[in-house]
Structures are given as C-alpha cells and as structure tokens.
Design a protein around this ligand. Structure first.
Ligand SMILES: C[S@@+](CC[C@H](N)C(=O)[O-])C[C@H]1O[C@@H](n2cnc3c(N)ncnc32)[C@H](O)[C@@H]1O
Length: 219
C-alpha cells in the first residue's frame, strides 16, 4: 500500500513497506473508503504503515488514556484505540462531522467505538476545557499546522511522565528547510520544530518517516 510522502527512493520505500506488518482487511477497507468518498482530501490520511507504527508505539508505552488532535476518517485513531486495553479511553478531536462519520463507522466495525469519545469543535478550545493535569499516556498531533504550538502547550502538562507525544508532518515535504518560506504552515512547522527540540520537559527524536514524525517522551 503506497505512502503519501517519502524522502526515500521509491524502491527503498516500497522495500520498507513490504517488510512492515501488512495492514489488515479493515485498515485496507478504510483506506479504500476514504479514497472513494473523499478523493480530494484523502491525501490527509496517515499511511497504513504509519498507522501500524502508531499502534505499536501506543502498546510500547502501555497507553491506557490517549488523545488525538485531527481525526479525519479515523485511521490513526483506529490503530491507537485497538492498542489500548479494553477499559482504555481515547479522546478524538476534529472540526468535521463529515470526515469523522467515516471514522465512527470503522471504529464500530473494529469494536473499539466504546473506548472513543469524539468531540467536534476547534481542538485548542476543547483541550483547554479539559483538566490541566497529567491524564494522557499517548497523544497524536495531526491537525491544522499553525496551531501545533498551541496544541503542544496544552498537551505537555496533560501528559503523564513517561508518556509520548507523536507529531505528524514535521518535515512538510521538506519545506521546513526553506528559511524564506512564504506560507503560514511552513513557518509554523519550522517554529514548532525549534520549540520542541528546545523543550527541556521532553526528550525528542525527529524521524525521517512518512512526512516527518516527531516522537517526544515526557521526562
Ligand atoms: C491530516 S488530517 C488528520 C488525519 C488523521 N490523523 C488520519 O489518521 O487519517 C487533519 C484533520 O484535522 C482537522 N482539523 C483541522 N483544523 C482543526 C481544528 N482547529 N481543530 C480540530 N481539528 C481540526 C481536519 O478536519 C482534518 O480531519
């Protein structure tokens, strides 16, 4: 299953995907459904191998409470929710009823809908209204790029020590290297990356994977 982004030569990228656990039928169906229902927006979906990595990371950090900023049609949340124990909880934030209707359908098909709470509205407002105490073991940021810094500021205090924040699109197709980037998204991501690497509250690693993925573990 092809990735949306990659900085590896195509043959090496295909090799890495071929040597990664294959997506199951439900993941494949969600990818197909998103492409068919939302052809113009489907590029926003995480790749299947990225969803595999997210599920593995949630399992590795023993996540019981997870939060996601930017749910779209639900592939990343499906992977994380499946990695939670049966009594685990996941808070999913998005502004679109249309996109997340597909997510709801696939969460139900996976039997994880009872662990997910979806809140529709600007994610920063929803997060700010949650208690500012360490609650989450795992967080995934994948929504509007200019707000990444705000999501970070809201999530770090809400993450327990040892918890993990994963951030998508931190390379923005390589545009973060352009110091004269004129667009708001690129400038926001470049500033966000500087903010994270200078934040003493976490140890972080930026991975050359998909469109760039930062892993940040709270100290
Ligand atoms: C890149 S997509 C997320 C992809 C998703 N993680 C997946 O697994 O396919 C970004 C999502 O962020 C949502 N979004 C944009 N601005 C937002 C905001 N201010 N608050 C919450 N969600 C927002 C969009 O509606 C869209 O569904």
């Amino acid at each position: 299953m092809a990735s949306s982004y990659s900085y590896l030569p195509v043959d090496l990228r295909e090799y890495t995907v071929a040597h990664t656990t294959a997506p199951d039928d439900l993941v494949a169906a969600l990818v197909e459904r998103t492409r068919a229902a939302l052809p113009d927006e489907a590029v926003m979906q995480v790749s299947a191998e990225q969803s595999t990595l997210l599920g593995m990371l949630a399992r590795l950090c023993g996540a019981r409470q997870a939060v996601e900023v930017g749910t779209f049609t639900g592939l990343s949340s499906l992977a994380v929710a499946r990695a939670l124990p049966a009594d685990g909880r996941m808070l999913c934030l998005d502004v679109s009823e249309e996109f997340t209707a597909i997510a709801r359908e696939f969460w139900a098909r996976a039997g994880v809908d009872d662990r997910i709470e979806l809140r529709i509205g600007p994610a920063a407002e929803t997060l700010a209204a949650t208690p500012a105490e360490p609650t989450f073991d795992f967080a995934f940021i994948d929504a509007d790029k200019p707000s990444y810094g705000r999501y970070w500021d809201l999530l770090v205090p809400r993450l327990r020590v040892g918890g993990l924040i994963v951030v998508d699109n931190v390379l923005w197709s390589g545009r973060v290297l352009d110091p004269d980037a004129g667009d708001e998204d690129t400038r926001a991501l470049a500033a966000f990356n500087d903010k994270v690497s200078g934040d003493e509250r976490v140890e972080s690693v930026m991975l050359l994977f998909a469109d760039g993925l930062t892993l940040a573990r709270k100290r």
